[in-house]
Design a protein around this ligand. Structure first.
Ligand code: M6R
Length: 606
């Protein structure tokens, strides 16, 4: 993961680097660092911990310099510590890196034999020494060409050079790198948001490319050093909403924003006047698509799973799903009549991007369901369906999950209508019902008081289970992921019907179990499974939808009822109490809600 930033200017850069690092903190937050060039010498300040700590340290050192690079780290090689924090410097250069150098052990041995001394346990330090070594006999440009060819794995790099007062290098393979154009200054950054307060004119490096920045000029090169021209994109000037408003945590705010993000997304994709789906840029005839492969990681994968249920239910498509890190290494039989759909909030997840790249290389039809429309995944897919939910800052994905599910649900309605696998009446009925979703989501938000008490039990539990059948199974997985990620409580999501095949052995007296049992075709069977866990001592939180038929078990510990919408839509509503459960459990334990331990918002390494 990690975030990188570089500024080359004729004004001091350290405070602006720090500001950009704050915006990049979603990519990693275990250590941070900065290096600037002062009178031809490289000065570094690094720390373990957050950018706030770095900022304080910088103020003590009064760090000057008009050229500088900065980094926020998510540790891969070597524990989070000051010594392993980037930038990594030799006597000649200073380097920031996002990615993994897979052949770093071999390169390190070669460099050590040549007398280079390593200070850190990182893979990145080999780059600093390798560049230094090549610089002895090569120009900067030739050095970069040769070094990049030596490196295996993925990287986005920012490099500054001792005694080079008007020069900075950026390079990319696998990890994203944006290049920004400013007034008598230029920039590199892991994403355009980090540069947005300075410029809205951006280009993106593609894999294998590098650039040499000066204050008033940027040159782009391919792997062999031939000049290339780059398209300059003008991004919208809207600043990102980094304001928590009256909330203490972004996650809390993002959960509460869901009714309005549902509305925004519906407004984008549903023509309310004609009561039809508005996806006009679909570049293929529906008849040319017979199957779908949905691919994502983590929460995004859970939205793929629920989409499989919806699409199988209403379309004639053959629907498959895969976790991106598995898909990219399987011997996939690519099918011309398959639409490969990549789901990702950030649009930068390394495995999802690699899976997309594999499909592109095999000339498949690709579609991206993303939040960040300027991301690598969005830029490379044939069709982009944005989820329109605004910047999500909390590491735990909440409103983006809602948006992903919604876009995939709408897409499944569009395909089923185009394929005539549902009647026009059903199609119009489902679209009308969808308009009720935002309001019901708003009502579902009012569960705080109840969840607060329930969370006390989950927060202290040794382990917990989340059970559901059909549409509720992906939501059970998502509820369990949220609890693990935020409250660090062991949580297993299971299809309720699987319990007897092993996991039931885990149930013991007082173990909290969430049972998702909407009144659908699975209801009776799920309730039987619920009785089985209650009989073995579980404390059951039942989440269902309101219905006139009362549930007859006296032994349910707690019950939450959501609105009685169309059964396709209940999963959206059931998600909300589970998000709040994870939030309040983490709050109870005093954990860092927006930045849980060991994680990062954007996973740009595999
Ligand atoms: O940006 P993406 O949607 O591709 O990220 C995928 C996962 O890393 C992400 O959903 C992760 O599982 C979340 N932290 C879960 O809350």
């Amino acid at each position: 993961m990690c975030g990188i930033i570089g500024i080359i200017s004729s004004k001091e850069v350290s405070s602006r680097i720090v500001n950009s690092l704050k915006k990049l903190e979603y990519r990693g937050y275990d250590s941070a660092g900065i290096a600037t060039l002062v009178d031809g010498n490289i000065n570094e300040v690094k720390c373990e911990g957050r950018v706030d700590v770095l900022e304080k340290d910088i103020s003590k050192f009064n760090l000057k310099g008009d050229i500088g690079i900065g980094h926020v780290r998510w540790a891969t090689h070597g524990k989070p510590s000051k010594i392993n924090a980037h930038p990594h410097s030799s006597e000649q250069v200073s380097v920031v890196h996002n990615g993994i150098i897979e052949n770093s052990t071999i390169l390190k041995k070669i460099l050590e034999k040549k007398g280079y001394v390593f200070k850190s346990q990182t893979d990145t330090e080999v780059i600093a020494h390798l560049v230094t070594d090549y610089l002895k006999k090569n120009s900067i440009k030739n050095t970069i060409i040769k070094v990049l060819k030596k490196l295996h794995g993925s990287f986005a790099l920012g490099i500054i050079f001792k005694d080079q007062n008007d020069l900075m290098v950026g390079a990319k393979r696998g990890s994203p790198l944006a290049v920004g154009y400013g007034p008598n200054e230029n920039y590199i950054g892991s994403d355009s948001y980090a540069l947005k307060s300075m410029t809205n004119k951006i280009s993106y490096l593609e894999d294998g490319e590098f650039c040499i920045l000066k204050k008033d000029q940027i040159e782009f090169f391919d792997t062999d050093g031939s000049h290339i021209n780059k398209k300059v994109m003008n991004l919208s000037k809207n600043e990102i909403d980094y304001d928590k408003g009256h909330y203490k945590y972004f996650m809390e705010k993002e959960i509460d924003e869901q009714p309005s993000t549902i509305n925004d997304c519906i407004n984008e994709y549903i023509d309310k006047y004609n009561n039809q789906v508005n996806i006009f840029n679909f570049p293929w005839k529906s008849s040319s698509i017979r199957s779908v492969m949905l691919i994502g990681c983590g929460t995004a994968f859970h939205s793929c799973l629920i989409a499989k249920y919806w699409m199988e239910q209403s379309t004639n498509l053959d629907v498959n799903i895969d976790i991106a890190s598995e898909f990219r290494y399987r011997k996939v039989r690519f099918k011309k009549d398959c639409l490969y759909i990549f789901v990702s909030q950030s649009g930068e997840t390394a495995d999802t991007y690699a899976a997309l790249d594999l499909c592109k290389k095999n000339k498949m039809k690709t579609c991206a369901v993303v939040n960040v429309v300027e991301s690598s995944i969005a830029r490379n897919a044939d069709l982009v369906l944005p989820i329109h939910c605004g910047q999500e800052i909390g590491v735990a994905s909440t409103k983006a999950f809602m948006g992903q599910m919604l876009v995939l649900y709408i897409l499944s309605l569009k395909v089923s209508f185009d394929q005539k696998s549902i009647t026009k009446k059903e199609y119009k009925y489902k679209l009308k019902n969808l308009l009720k979703l935002s309001n019901s989501a708003k009502k579902t938000l009012n569960v705080d008081q109840k969840i607060l008490n329930i969370a006390k039990v989950f927060a202290e539990a040794k382990g917990s289970m989340f059970l559901g059948r059909g549409y509720s199974f992906p939501i059970a997985l998502e509820g369990a992921l949220k609890l693990k990620e935020l409250a660090y409580v062991h949580a297993e999501g299971y299809p309720a019907g699987e319990m007897k095949h092993g996991p039931l052995a885990l149930i013991e007296n007082g173990m909290p179990v969430v049972v998702l049992a909407p009144r659908d075709e699975h209801y009776k069977k799920t309730i039987s499974n619920m009785q089985e866990v209650i009989a073995r001592g579980a404390k059951v939180l039942l989440i269902t939808n309101k219905n006139k038929d009362e549930i007859t078990s006296e032994n349910i510990w707690e019950k939450i009822e959501v609105d009685n919408l169309d059964e396709d839509l209940i999963p959206f509503l059931m998600t909300i109490p589970l998000q709040k459960l994870a939030f309040y459990s983490a709050l109870k334990k005093g954990y860092d809600i927006d930045k849980p331990r060991n994680l990062a918002k954007s996973v740009t390494v595999e």
